[in-house]
Design a binder for this molecule. Structure first.
Ligand code: ACO
Length: 335
């Protein structure tokens, strides 16, 4: 069984409730139909019920009547969610009037459903930009205890099985936080270690990447990675983490041995933590294109409940896959 099948089989056993705020969007509703048919998750669609039903009929979808459909303009919990919004954002001065408007936006409504325990996770972004999906999530679902920064990991499935864990590697942050501080970078390393265990299913060996290996260069950007490595080890001593390492020293055994002979990670890393979003985003796209790797994600990590963002160019299959990943993350958070 490959990784995706394993994730989907695990999701089936979990029976999580996943909210899809873009409920009448064509790929979303088709994915919902597949997810319900294969019993991967319980599906909540947000949207106008008549529109959703007519789209389902148009595409000949047989399972949409088994989804829970929430009309954002008119549902039983609207006033309760508005109260919650005003309470959560009282320091930010959110008025009841503004909350009443925001709650009709499916991207806000879905985060309030999660906050109130009415859903276990969310997948969105087929027709909304990353920032619009993430902002309500940051404001209402917030981060896990002990975590201040949300980041995005990619599971890279490489053609060359020599690297990582039989060809699987995890890269982060490739999607969210542009320029982390040392403490934030340490958190990113720790949450990526946990994502690796929960979703990729192997024990992480984390390399904190830089343009320097063990003091070969002096620069404040190197100092940040050195400090982040120290903090990450303190934050979760169960994780194997080392840095600062150049990418070749991290993944090529002969170079790792030469440049960092005392490191257990050098030459042997299966998780790469990049010092900035620029480096992570550029690296994963280059590996995807030049090495023909499959990139699964971004898997958003560090949130108090799993909320994942799709690319607007996503396929139906991408949505099905991300919902299954979201179910697995929800189970990890329950633990
Ligand atoms: N983790 C947790 N909370 C965060 C984070 C984070 N990484 N970033 C912002 N927040 C919180 C803030 O604290 C703030 O909370 P508050 O309102 O309670 O004070 C709220 O979110 C809004 O913060 P802003 O600084 O106003 O953030 P903004 O909404 O402008 O931007 C965003 C956040 C959209 C995620 C921004 O960091 C961004 O654009 N990141 C890059 C995303 C991107 O383009 N990625 C590359 C493409 S994805 C790909 O290629 C796969």
């Amino acid at each position: 069984m490959d990784l995706i099948q394993t994730i989907q089989e695990k999701a089936k056993k979990l029976n999580k409730r996943i909210v899809l705020p873009e409920g009448s969007e064509e790929r979303t509703i088709k994915a919902a139909d597949i997810l319900i048919e294969n019993k991967i998750a319980q599906i909540i669609l947000i949207g106008n019920p008549d529109e959703i039903k007519s789209e389902a009929e148009k595409f000949g979808l047989k399972n949409i009547d088994k989804a829970t459909i929430i009309d954002p303009k008119n549902h039983d919990k609207k006033d309760h969610y508005i109260d919650m919004m005003v309470e959560i954002r009282k320091k930010k001065g959110l008025s009841r009037e503004d909350a009443s408007k925001l709650i009709e936006n499916p991207l806000y409504l879905s985060t309030l459903m999660i906050k109130n325990g009415d859903a276990d996770g969310e997948v969105a972004g087929a027709m909304n930009a990353t920032g619009d999906v993430l902002r309500p999530a940051f404001q209402y679902v917030k981060t896990k205890p002990g975590v201040t920064v949300v980041s995005g990991a990619f599971i890279m499935i490489l053609k060359d099985k020599e690297f990582g864990e039989d060809g699987l590697m995890v890269f982060a942050d490739c999607a969210v936080h542009p320029n982390p501080t040392a403490k934030e970078l340490a958190e990113i390393a720790v949450t990526t270690g946990h994502t690796t265990r929960e979703i990729a299913g192997f024990e992480p060996r984390i390399a904190m990447l830089s343009f320097s290996t063990k003091g070969s260069a002096k620069h404040e950007m190197v100092d940040k990675v050195v400090e982040a490595t120290k903090l990450a080890k303190e934050m979760d001593p169960s994780l194997q983490i080392d840095g600062e390492l150049q990418s070749d020293a991290a993944i090529i055994p002969a170079i790792g041995k030469k440049k960092a002979p005392d490191s257990k990670i050098a030459g042997n890393a299966n998780v790469l933590v990049f010092p900035t979003l620029e480096t992570g985003n550029i690296a994963y796209k280059l590996v995807q294109r030049l090495a023909h790797a499959e990139a699964i994600g971004p898997v958003l990590q560090g949130m108090a409940a799993p909320i994942n963002d799709l690319s607007r160019g996503c396929s139906v299959e991408d949505i099905v896959r991300l919902v299954a990943i979201t179910c697995n993350q929800a189970a990890g958070i329950d633990k």
